[in-house]
Ligand binder design. Structure first.
Ligand code: FEO
Length: 203
């Protein structure tokens, strides 16, 4: 067998010594657990549905001469698009597939403002349950990145549910017509609901 020193002399080429193989090189773009990926994409449906329905509510409120309430609801719709985008950005940052959902046509009418806000609360409770399930799925998958992303939503959902409950309480006290409703409309024109917590920082 010809040694490497002899080969170098014969052909004038130094053969690089073989490098030790890294046994555990970190894979920063490791695939996401497929169930978690499916569930995150499915969650988008709830956020887009909320955006669509809150926009429809804003239109209904404007048509019922409640500009403060309408503007507040329009902001909720915009916020929901932001929530969907948070999930989309997380998936894109990790080179994961994004599948946008079909959004059902929203309702166009509600019996009164109390029924409208009860609808909001029901939506928010559904989103909270979905976030809790996603967080558990991320824990099961050992996906720390997804857990950190979802932590913001856990805090946000506490605020959103609390705001909807506070608004529902104000409306029930004030009544769904007349001066009481005008008072709530003026409160909402400030962008705040008395007794509701502040939204978490945007980060
Ligand atoms: Fe994004 Fe209000 O749930």
């Amino acid at each position: 067998m010809v040694g490497q020193a002899v080969l170098v002399r014969l052909i004038g080429v130094r053969i690089p010594a073989s490098q030790p193989q890294s046994r555990s090189s970190p894979n920063l773009t490791s695939p996401m657990n497929t169930d978690l990926l499916t569930d995150l994409n499915e969650h988008l449906r709830l956020e887009f549905r909320a955006a669509h329905e809150y926009l429809a509510m804003s239109i209904w409120l404007s048509a019922h001469d409640l500009p403060g309430f309408s503007a507040w609801m329009r902001q909720q719709s915009t916020d929901e698009l932001g929530h969907a985008n948070r999930v989309i950005e997380h998936l894109l940052d990790r080179d994961q597939a994004v599948k946008l959902p079909a959004i059902p046509e929203p309702p166009t009418d509600w019996p009164d403002a109390v029924a409208l806000v009860a609808h909001v609360l029901s939506n928010e409770q559904e989103v909270t349950a979905s976030i809790a399930a996603l967080y558990e799925a991320a824990e099961r998958a050992g996906d720390r990145g997804a857990q950190i992303m979802l932590q913001w939503f856990v805090t946000e959902q506490m605020e959103e549910e609390s705001s909807a409950r506070a608004l529902l309480g104000r409306l029930k006290l004030a009544g769904s017509t007349g001066l009481g409703l005008l008072l709530v409309d003026q409160e909402l024109a400030t962008g705040n609901i008395p007794g509701a917590p502040a939204a978490p920082a945007a980060q």
